[in-house]
Write a protein that binds this ligand. Structure first.
Ligand code: E4P
Length: 217
């Protein structure tokens, strides 16, 4: 499973990219607002750090303007993925862009039927928002299971990009289901490293090593 980083914070991206764990980045208008940065500048900086797909979201709600925005955004770097909303206009944009060989991420997906439509429109990625479904009392991961079955039934190439991840459990279940990508906020990536037995074990090893009186260097 690929890991994308779900943030527009350059420092976090630069730091986590050093681990080799990061296969791409997703942004959205709210993350850009939170960063306080200029959209085009921040996307350019991210694409200089990460080689994989960088999702940049269109703002228009009509296909004609979305296509104009997309043309500007893909000019920023070769690894830009255009994010379009899961609407009729968004899917027309998706079809036009993917026909030209441009990667498209269809965002704000909340149902298996929406994911089916996005795949038929040629989406490179579909972004089901699991955390927001959990927020309204659904189990967002059930949607990922359904989409995996549907895409496998028909051999769709569209990659399932699990979005709105809030917990390490979301990450584990995404991998168990066979999602293609999880886009993970930096905080959750850091939590993935942790286990109390790792901390306890390391503490014991260091204590025992100290008692040997030896050094390596
Ligand atoms: C990423 O592509 C999505 O926009 C993001 O994961 C949404 O997360 P949120 O529901 O925490 O805002």
């Amino acid at each position: 499973m690929k890991f994308f980083l779900d943030t527009a914070e350059i420092d976090d991206i630069r730091e986590l990219a050093k681990s080799g764990l990061i296969d791409g980045v997703t942004t959205n208008p709210s993350l850009i607002k939170k960063s306080g940065r200029d959209f085009v500048e921040v996307i350019k900086e991210i694409s200089d750090i990460v080689d994989g797909p960088i999702s940049a979201e269109t703002i228009a709600t009509d296909t004609e303007t979305m296509l104009k925005e997309a043309k500007k955004l893909v000019g920023i770097s070769k690894n830009i993925t255009i994010k379009v909303p899961m609407t009729a206009e968004g899917l027309k944009t998706c079809k036009a862009l993917t026909d030209e060989g441009i990667m498209v991420n269809v965002t704000l997906c909340f149902s298996a039927n929406q994911a089916l439509l996005a795949a038929k429109a040629g989406a490179t990625f579909i972004s089901p928002f699991v955390g927001r479904l959990d927020d309204i009392g659904d189990d967002g991961m059930d949607l990922i299971e359904d989409i995996r079955i549907i895409y496998d039934n028909y051999g769709f190439d569209t990659q399932i990009l699990v979005a709105s991840i809030r917990t390490v459990e979301h990450v584990k279940r995404s991998a168990l289901i066979g999602a293609d990508v999880a886009t993970v906020p930096p905080k959750i990536i850091h939590e993935l490293y942790n286990h109390p037995l790792t901390d306890k074990g390391l503490e014991a090893f260091l204590k025992d090593w100290g008692e040997t009186g030896q050094t390596i260097l």
